[in-house]
Design a protein around this ligand. Structure first.
Ligand SMILES: [Zn+2]
Length: 455
């Protein structure tokens, strides 16, 4: 017997459905409002039983989308926040495939929002494409009602085939401010099928870089679909204007463009204190598995670009203005509020990540400093190195040096007094740390050397 839910479920397949801003909703997305007539059974038919709490099981929902499901579809619940405490509600769901129901699985309520939202939501689940029915169980403590406007959100993340047949990596010119580190190439929003951007994105100077995990699946045949599934969860279930993260990285080390708007656009990922942050999501659950090396390398490249671009020292900390607490410039989500994110296996590697980002900046500064493809026929040593108040260049032959330039780890040029006769550089006024010295001779050949200042 078809009930109202099933009817509603098919409506978008046969009629054009429109969202609030007038755009057509794909029939690959269904928002099913839970109504009393969908309850198949409940353990509490009498007021006395109800006072002890109720368990209600909804009628099974048949899975049908306009397009065939490839790999997975997503499931999440949402409802409007009300003054009534609804976080005491427990949800479970089960899946039917090949005619057999699986075990009931928990579908926990997401306990904190990353920006002000009118919605309460469950966690996001990716359901195997072979599942034909799902069923929801609602467990209510005594005195708690089923949330008003409870919706079951189902989404089939279909990405239109690319013209080239392959994922396009978007070349993006870094906004260079003396910064030598490039923004890595990435899969554009268009390529992973982002339906729309925020109408009016906000911008702020970034001071802190926040690492997340998706807490979702650890394997996928199509990570772009996973990104699109997260977009749908953030926009259509959480009611954010766009995907929360600025960037996402899959276990193959592929970088994805996140929230639209480009550099310094404000996301929705950090404990409702997003201004001044850039959020990067590593796709996977790093409470359960280790992040891959290629994924961490891409993260280091991305953070090196941003540290350099926004003059953020990757190994230091500072007061984070939005929460007035001291925060490492590269932090995990859990440094801001109670969450497992980015998972223990990533969190314990953040100290190493900070050093790696710093050395990546040195590496790209060295590359830029030596980009004149010339090989000099003499050697240069810096003595002493580490240096304190000054250091000197020692050349193997009588080459003529015409210019010295010093860079910090954010790629900024630092003014230092030097003497071309004695080849001595005064550095006593600089903070301790690692620097890159670019040395150019009268034949306009350049090489670069790393200098460490220690006091
Ligand atoms: Zn997070």
């Amino acid at each position: 017997m078809r009930n109202a839910a099933i009817l509603a479920f098919f409506l978008c397949a046969v009629l054009p459905c429109f969202s609030q801003n007038g755009q057509e909703i794909s029939p690959n997305r269904h928002k099913i409002k839970v109504t009393p007539d969908q309850i198949q059974s409940t353990n509490a038919e009498t007021p006395l039983q109800k006072s002890a709490g109720t368990i209600s099981i909804l009628k099974p929902i048949k899975i049908k989308f306009a397009d065939e499901v490839e790999n997975f579809f997503t499931l999440a619940l949402n409802w409007l926040k009300t003054p009534i405490e609804t976080k005491a509600v427990n949800f479970e769901y089960r899946e039917k495939r090949r005619g057999k129901w699986g075990a009931w699985q928990k579908l926990p309520i997401d306990q904190h929002a990353e920006e002000e939202s009118i919605m309460e939501v469950s966690e996001l689940r990716q359901i195997d494409a072979r599942v034909r029915f799902i069923q929801l169980k609602i467990i209510l403590p005594a005195g708690v009602e089923i949330p008003a406007d409870l919706n079951i959100n189902l989404f089939n993340p279909v990405i239109a085939p690319q013209k080239s047949g392959a994922m396009l990596i978007k070349p993006i010119e870094p906004e260079l401010r003396g910064c030598p580190c490039p923004l890595p190439g990435m899969v554009s929003r268009q390529t992973w099928g982002a339906p729309r951007p925020c109408a009016s994105p906000g911008y702020a100077t970034v001071t802190h870089l926040i690492v997340h995990h998706s807490a979702g699946v650890n394997t996928s045949n199509n990570w772009a679909q996973v990104v699109l599934g997260i977009w749908d969860f953030h926009v259509n279930t959480r009611a954010y204007c766009d995907i929360a993260y600025n960037y996402l990285i899959d276990p193959n080390g592929v970088l994805y463009e996140g929230r639209s708007g480009g550099n310094n656009v404000i996301g929705a990922h950090f404990c409702n204190t997003n201004t001044g942050t850039m959020g990067v999501c590593l796709l996977g659950n790093f409470q359960e598995v280790e992040p891959t090396t290629v994924m961490l390398n891409k993260l280091a490249d991305l953070l090196a670009w941003k540290s350099c671009n926004s003059s953020i020292d990757p190994v230091k900390n500072s007061v984070f203005a939005r929460s007035n607490t001291v925060l490492n410039h590269i932090s995990g989500h859990r440094d801001g509020c109670a969450t497992e994110c980015p998972g223990n296996n990533v969190f314990v590697k953040l100290a190493e990540m900070r050093s790696k980002v710093a050395s990546n900046i040195v590496a790209c500064a060295l590359t830029v400093a030596t980009q004149n493809p010339t090989i000099v026929d003499y050697t240069i040593d810096i003595v002493p190195n580490p240096a304190q108040h000054s250091f000197r260049l020692r050349l193997s032959s009588g080459a003529n040096i015409s210019r010295l330039e010093l860079y910090n780890l954010m790629g900024q040029s630092i003014n230092v007094p030097y003497n071309l006769q004695t080849l001595e550089v005064q550095c006593g006024h600089l903070p301790r740390g690692t620097y890159v010295l670019k040395i150019t001779d009268t034949a306009q050949r350049s090489i670069a050397k790393q200098v460490v200042l220690q006091f």
